[in-house]
Design a protein around this ligand. Structure first.
Ligand SMILES: Nc1ncnc2c1ncn2[C@@H]1O[C@H](COP(=O)(O)OP(=O)(O)OP(=O)(O)O)[C@@H](O)[C@H]1O
Ligand SMILES: [Mg+2]
Length: 602
């Protein structure tokens, strides 16, 4: 617990000036708080027994008021500064966490769920903030008031101090016991909160699928189940916390009773003034306030500990794909991509790519073909280092891609992936995503080349049209063309295209095909192709089967040889030849549609 709290406190201790001021305010509030029972003692002992000064009670009243005002000001300063420090801490922690999550690799994200990470950046950071905002200042206040009380009571009578000192281990024992009971329960609360976050995130992100399959009742029942688990976890915490207050009150009452017993005897014997006894009970009552909060404090501390552990679990996860310390920048490239004996597995013992070697010369088109699950997307993802090869190596212009900085490598590579993901912003911002200072002309030129300009202009807001979350307000074909425009604007030397023309109608496919042909011109292109037209364009086709290259050559060469390519051609590609003839002529939508129907039914 101490290790995690001290690691967390490194986010809190800055700036030291604010921290010092906050501590000074806390100290002032504690000292002035201790002055109040002392003033009462003086009033009782001096004012009632002796002949008081004419203005004695006015002076005492004025002093009490001044002390209360001073204490109020100190509490204000302390609360303001404690809030500022805690919010700054949460801000830093959240930024650091998000920054780290952004730098994790695909492999790390494969193992964590989005909702879980969301819960860590929100609920867990919040639990830490609450402890440092309210819990830690209360502990400091408790320590200062406790030490001050013991000193003041010793000043009044050593026996009082002995009573106070004897009760300290009991209070601490209770606090530690409750904290020990609470810790696993709080961890469970945090885990259930994350589980709820995952359930909500997945069902909301997938709401279209939920509705399409009419699974709303099951989804509601699932979230209900997870929420009920969280509710039960909270109840268990509440049970333990509820035990704390009666036990504390009992201990406190015992301490007051003992003080009254010891002090009462001394007052009766005339060895102690009455004011001292009243002041001693006043000190104990004053100490009761922060002590009563011990249950709340232990709960907060164990929640902070559980959350801190979860935060450091993420922060301590090194990205699986890491940059070398002296990684150099990849500036100009020609675009020669070379894979040398590359093997890869996601999970140990389950190879996905086996001994893949090929060289794509600058400006050439290399197409990958293979059945589903044969490793095409995996292969494409190794080139921008989304994953690192398990063995072998990949070079770009004969430089191992592990030698260069990730940002500069990825800047040289344009990607249009299987599922073109857009952000909920304008079409313009989606096209220029991540690039500053792109002129309007360059954006329009990219959109025209991507055959997206015409449909963009049909929207009332043109390039400033807001696309919904993940681009849902656009059709699949429109999304793909925006993604192609995005690649155009970057003007990369190496292009990776994954199945870019699936799931669209034939006319859109034709437009996308034209856009891609334009985009590919003069660049090294690696394309995962299901379309005959793309395969015919390719300088080399690599046929993959279970992660191995089983055939390579041009379309002409491969179609004449018996083998997997020929089989795929006969089964899936041959009828595209007929559609091709149609589409190379000015498009006749009816004929195209009837060809599309034939394809679907076959
Ligand atoms: N993130 C991942 N973690 C673990 N295994 C994965 C992951 N992604 C893919 N795989 C597995 O790796 C194999 C190759 O998948 P890959 O996506 O590369 O196939 P593909 O050839 O692109 O298929 P498709 O034509 O359907 O897109 C599959 O068996 C798949 O289950
Ligand atoms: Mg794929």
């Amino acid at each position: 617990m101490i290790r995690i709290l001290s690691r967390l406190s490194t986010f809190y201790l800055d700036p030291p000036i604010k921290l010092c001021l906050a501590l000074a305010c806390t100290l002032q509030a504690a000292v002035l708080g201790l002055a109040v029972p002392w003033i009462l003692k003086v009033v009782l002992d001096e004012g009632l027994n002796a002949q008081p000064h004419a203005h004695f009670f006015w002076l005492a009243g004025g002093l009490l008021l001044a002390v209360t005002l001073g204490r109020g000001l100190a509490i204000f300063g302390h609360q303001y500064l404690a809030s500022a420090l805690a919010y700054t801490m949460a801000y830093r922690l959240r930024n650091m966490l998000y920054d780290h999550i952004q730098h994790l690799s695909f492999a790390d994200h494969d193992q964590t769920r989005t909702g879980e990470l969301m819960s860590r950046t929100t609920a867990d950071v919040e639990a830490v903030r609450l402890f440092f905002h309210f819990g830690l200042p209360t502990i400091i206040n408790l320590l200062l008031t406790g030490a001050g009380t013991i000193v003041a009571m010793a000043w009044l009578d050593l026996r009082f101090a002995l009573v106070a000192l004897l009760s300290v281990p009991l209070f601490l024992g209770l606090a530690v016991g409750i904290a020990t009971l609470l810790r696993p329960l709080q961890s469970r609360v945090q885990a259930c909160t994350a589980e709820l976050s995952v359930a909500l995130q997945e069902s909301l992100a997938g709401i279209r699928v939920v509705k399409a399959f009419a699974r709303e009742p099951q989804q509601v029942a699932h979230v209900d189940r997870v929420a009920a688990t969280l509710y039960e976890a909270y109840l268990r915490v509440t049970h333990v916390q509820a035990l704390n207050l009666p036990l504390l009150t009992l201990l406190l009452s015992l301490a007051i009773a003992l003080t009254l017993y010891v002090g009462g005897q001394r007052v009766i014997d005339g060895a102690l003034p009455l004011g001292s006894l009243v002041a001693a009970t006043g000190y104990l009552a004053q100490l009761a306030q922060p002590l009563r909060r011990l249950s709340w404090l232990t709960g907060m501390a164990s929640r902070c500990h559980a959350s801190g552990a979860r935060l450091f679990e993420v922060l301590d996860t090194p990205p699986q794909v890491r940059e070398r310390s002296k990684a150099r920048e990849l500036n100009r490239v020609e675009g020669a991509v070379h894979l040398k004996h590359v093997s890869f597995h996601y999970t140990d013992g389950v190879p996905v790519l086996r001994d893949v070697s090929f060289r794509a010369e600058p400006g050439t088109v290399t197409a990958f073909l293979g059945s589903t699950g044969s490793g095409k997307t995996t292969l494409a993802q190794l080139i921008p280092r989304f994953y690192d090869v398990s063995s072998g190596c990949i070079t770009l212009d004969d430089v191992d891609i592990r030698e260069v900085s990730l940002a500069s490598l990825r800047r040289r590579i344009g990607l249009v992936m299987q599922d073109a993901l857009l952000f909920s912003t304008t079409i313009r911002d989606n096209i220029t995503y991540g690039l500053g200072g792109v002129s309007c002309e360059a954006i329009t030129a990219a959109a025209k080349a991507a055959r997206a300009h015409d449909f963009i202009l049909q929207f009332p807001d043109g390039y400033d049209t807001w696309v919904g979350e993940r681009g849902v307000t656009l059709s699949g074909g429109q999304r793909q063309r925006i993604a192609i425009a995005r690649a155009f604007v970057r003007d990369p030397r190496v292009l990776i295209l994954d199945d870019a023309t699936s799931s669209v109608d034939m006319e859109t496919e034709w437009l996308i095909q034209q856009a891609l042909t334009e985009l590919m011109a003069g660049r090294t292109t690696l394309i995962i192709a299901q379309r005959l037209r793309t395969l015919k364009l390719a300088d080399t086709i690599l046929v993959l089967e279970q992660g191995r290259i089983v055939q390579r050559g041009t379309h002409r060469e491969l179609v004449e040889r018996p083998g997997l390519y020929r089989r795929i051609y006969d089964l899936q590609l041959r009828d595209q030849d007929e559609a091709d003839i149609t589409l190379h002529r000015p498009l006749n939508p009816e004929l195209a549609a009837s060809l599309a129907d034939r394809k679907v039914s076959s």
